[in-house]
Design a binder for this molecule. Structure first.
Ligand code: 8YV
Length: 319
């Protein structure tokens, strides 16, 4: 594939610099040209063969329609809910993503957020730094995680990696998914609300998109209850964020640890004002090693398509 000709590749918003660097070595990267210079984009569009995106990028039918020579939308991310896969498929454009290479990383973060929320680690850090330890003595007592009940919303590859880790904490594990996964040693529960009612931690690791929008609503949060902790490492769209803020403010829900939000990078001020909320800036896969592995896989998919070779990891709809 080293002898592939250089082609114009359109980069869309939230493209990783690691993926961008790989593209620049072999191709001409037009980074957000459709947004920054519409006149130049109109000239370049007929020649664009590939779109490079991130897991949280948007590529809609309108953009796809303006790219008549497009062959691939390569997403550096496992999630691709921002991509109009139907519009792409209808045009013979394949969509690829980067599953598996980030399973460990996202699962590690989920466990980290569970511990952070249960043991109040960010608050503990603030307690020492602000001098409160010296001034007031010991911090209020926290919650035990080991041996508690974990409910997983989603039992795909990352969900299974989280469950595997949770077993080492002696947690009892139940999950909900579209259907029960045969062969797994975890209890299947058909509804999210029922799962929440029987969980101390409700961890979300399900794809985003229309099918899961606001799956976690006021009723689910009430079922999780005043001692329950919500952890979201999936997509912000899975949770009704306004209902979450209300539930936390009113003590209907015990706490939350969130890596994703409905309108990233904006996080509601009311959420940030709550002491029993732990927040992170969408860092599920954000380590050097994992982001490089994702970039390498996204680039390999792009090159394979341009060379007419089999794709490594097409999204299921394009497989
Ligand atoms: C990153 C993600 O946001 O994989 C995903 O679906 O959300 C994340 O890993 C992103 O894709 C990095 O480019």
């Amino acid at each position: 594939m080293n002898d592939l000709p250089r082609v114009p590749v359109l980069g869309v918003a939230r493209l990783s610099p690691l993926f961008a660097a790989l593209i620049r070595e072999r191709h001409e990267l037009l980074d957000r040209l459709h947004e920054t210079d519409p006149a130049a984009f109109a000239v370049a569009a007929p020649g664009i063969r590939a779109v490079a995106a991130g897991g949280d990028s948007r590529v809609d039918a309108g953009l796809i329609a303006r790219l008549p020579a497009l062959q691939i939308i390569s997403v550096m991310g496992v999630g691709y809910d921002g991509i109009d896969v139907e519009a792409a498929r209808a045009r013979g454009v394949v969509v690829t993503h980067t599953p598996d290479v980030l399973n460990d990383e996202v699962a590690d973060l989920a466990i980290g957020l569970m511990l952070a929320a249960a043991r109040q680690l960010p608050a503990a850090d603030r307690y020492v730094r602000s001098g409160q330890w010296e001034a007031r003595g010991p911090m209020p007592l926290a919650r035990k995680m080991s041996g508690s009940r974990l409910g997983l919303v989603g039992m795909g590859r990352i969900g299974q990696a989280i469950a595997h880790r949770a077993q080492a904490f002696g947690m009892s594990i139940a999950y909900t998914a579209r259907s029960a996964k045969p062969g797994l040693p975890y209890r299947f529960v058909a509804s999210v609300e029922e799962l929440a009612a029987g969980s101390d931690f409700l961890v979300l690791i399900t794809p985003g998109g229309a099918g899961t929008r606001h799956l976690v609503d006021a009723k689910v949060l009430r079922a999780l209850g005043p001692k329950g902790i919500l952890v979201n490492v999936a997509r912000g769209s899975v949770v009704d964020e306004a209902a979450l803020v209300d539930a936390l403010e009113q003590g209907v829900l015990g706490g939350a640890a969130l890596d994703v939000f409905e309108d990233e990078p904006r996080v509601p001020a009311r959420l940030l004002a709550l002491p029993h909320v732990v927040v992170a800036p969408h860092i599920g896969s954000a380590t050097h090693a994992t982001r490089q592995a994702m970039a390498d896989l996204a680039f390999a998919n792009l090159q394979a398509r341009l060379a007419g070779q089999p794709l490594l990891t097409p999204v299921p709809e394009c497989a």
